[in-house]
Structure formats: structure tokens, C-alpha cells
Design a protein around this ligand. Structure first.
Ligand code: THU
Length: 131
């Protein structure tokens, strides 16, 4: 699953975090279904609400490059284990399937692995609209 490589990418992007308000740095690495990697960091704003999380930065890069399925997403941040916020769980859900792996990493050796149904049980998705 290339945890070491994905952690290194996420950690590198964590250093690029623009977070002068919270001073909380988050990094993310997405591997798409074709094996391509995308890094992301959180990008804050003086007006606060335009802030984008690291996960959505990386996922936006994946989708805008033409892939819509996350194989694996790894998140690392300033907490021992940084879990995705509710908005990011919803966005991960949009571009996941039942095999998508969500890795919450303290470092390359210590991490926890989940599926989207673990982090967003009973979620709302496109099937609900397709009635
Ligand atoms: N943040 C993320 O980048 N990802 C998350 O899932 C949790 C929160 C960022 C947003 C904000 O810049 C900072 O962490 C503090 O909330």
C-alpha cells in the first residue's frame, strides 16, 4: 500500500500548510485508482470560512486531473492522530468505494486504517438522490 511513500508525501505537504490563524498544520496524500499520487495541505484565510482542509486540497487535485476514485488517502497532522473533519468525510465519501483505504498516520510506522463506512456511517450519497 506504499504507506512509507504516502507518509513522506503527506509530511512534505504538511510543511507547506498555510495556517497562520490556527497554526495547525495538516498534510495529505491521495493515491488514485491509477496509482497516481497527489499531495495537499490546509490553506487558511483571514475570513476563516474559505479555509480548505488538506484532504480537500488533495482530492480537488485528483479530480481536476481527471480521476474520480481514491484508492488510498493518508492524513497526518499536528495531533498524534489527525482525523478528517465532517466536511472532508463527506467529500472522501463522494470519491470512494468500499475498497478505499483511509489511513490516519502518526508516522510511517504508526497508523490506523479505516473504510469510509467506519468514519461516515449512514452517510448521504448520490444513490439517495437517484430515486
Ligand atoms: N484541517 C484539515 O486540514 N483537515 C482536517 O480534517 C481537520 C482540520 C485544518 C483546517 C484548519 O486549517 C486547521 O486544520 C484547524 O482546524
Amino acid at each position: 500500500m506504499e504507506i512509507k511513500k504516502m507518509y513522506e508525501i503527506a509530511h512534505e505537504y504538511q510543511q507547506r500548510s498555510y495556517s497562520p490563524y490556527s497554526k495547525y498544520k495538516v498534510g495529505c496524500c491521495v493515491k488514485d485508482s491509477n496509482g497516481k499520487f497527489y499531495g495537499g495541505c490546509n490553506i487558511e484565510n483571514a475570513s476563516y470560512s474559505p479555509t480548505i482542509c488538506a484532504e480537500r486540497t488533495a482530492i480537488s487535485k485528483m479530480v481536476s486531473e481527471g480521476n474520480q476514485l481514491i484508492d488510498t488517502i493518508l492524513i497526518t497532522g499536528d495531533s498524534e492522530f489527525t482525523y478528517p473533519c465532517g466536511v472532508c468525510r463527506q467529500v472522501i465519501s463522494e470519491f470512494s468505494d468500499e475498497n478505499t483505504k483511509i489511513i490516519i498516520a502518526k508516522n510511517e510506522n504508526e497508523y490506523r486504517e479505516y473504510k469510509i463506512k467506519d468514519l461516515l456511517p449512514h452517510g448521504f450519497n448520490g444513490d439517495d438522490i437517484d430515486v
